[in-house]
Design a binder for this molecule. Structure first.
Ligand code: ZN
Length: 275
């Protein structure tokens, strides 16, 4: 919230401006959540469409919407933007299991995950499989075996959420070890782990997510000015390590997404009970 960092964007327009800045700083994927103008987290397709329109009017990038929302969102609310956005986003995140999340519970039972993935499949949305615990990788492998997931998958290791695996590099090494090499992965380190795990991921051949969802500080005691400032730093680290940031077109290739000229989001398909 703005009480944590006054530079935190609220409302679709501020969020879009933050996303555009991040893309200009080197981001090729925008992991997108939306909030109302007062900062309340939302899964409203109208707010998503508005943010996406603003972003894609200015820059090309892969939009990856969240189906997590806030831990208080209902299952139907979480799926709304997947069901309603036209065209569908190229990617959406889905978490591979239930996990304690601070004092809350992020509820992801097996059949809910299967239902989410079925909706993705209908719309050719590539999932990002979010992993908070080692058992979540095992569940993803089970879905691959069942044929629910086909082909190389993209994982996101979220490390450092209170109640789940912490941001110790050993946890990242362990998770990477669990993945067959055909799959790709990103790390999202929470708080101070954002920079350390991001740097390690670059060295290991993985990919990185940075931004206010995971960390609002630039360094200890100094708030980040923007998401772009965090992207800019990790892009600089990548460049130094001979792994410059991928362009959106290169990222689509890495992820096995069809090359595409972004189609402007022009409509949502139906009623928007959340708006
Ligand atoms: Zn998220």
């Amino acid at each position: 919230m703005k009480s944590d960092n006054p530079n935190h964007p609220y409302g679709p327009e501020e969020i879009a401006i933050a996303a555009i800045g991040a893309v200009r700083a080197g981001a090729s994927i925008i992991h997108l959540h939306v909030r109302e103008d007062d900062g309340t987290p939302s899964q409203s397709p109208t707010l998503f469409a508005e943010a996406i329109r603003h972003i894609t009017d200015e820059v090309d990038c892969i939009i990856q919407i969240s189906t997590g929302g806030a831990v208080t969102a209902t299952e139907d609310e979480r799926l709304l933007p997947v069901r309603e956005l036209i065209p569908p986003p190229e990617m959406a995140s889905v978490t591979m299991g239930t996990v304690n999340f601070g004092d809350g519970v992020f509820w992801n039972p097996p059949n809910l995950i299967r239902a989410f993935l079925a909706e993705f499949k209908k719309r050719a949305i590539k999932p990002e499989l979010e992993i908070f615990e080692a058992g979540h990788v095992a569940f993803a492998m089970r879905l691959i075996k069942e044929g629910v997931l086909e082909g190389p998958q993209h994982f996101d290791f979220v490390l450092g959420v209170p109640g789940a695996m912490n941001g110790n590099p050993k946890n990242l090494f362990h998770l990477v070890d669990l993945l067959p090499p055909t799959h790709t992965w990103t790390v999202a380190g929470i708080g101070p782990a954002e920079l350390t795990l991001g740097t390690i991921a670059i060295a290991l051949g993985g990919h990185v997510r940075v931004g206010f969802e995971d960390n609002v500080f630039y360094r200890k005691g100094e708030l980040a000015r923007s998401n772009a400032q965090l992207v800019e730093r990790i892009a600089r680290v990548g460049k130094e390590l001979n792994r410059p940031a991928a362009t959106p077109a290169e990222a689509r290739e890495i992820l096995g997404l069809p090359a595409r000229k972004w189609e402007r989001v022009t409509a949502i398909s139906g009623a928007d009970p959340v708006a």
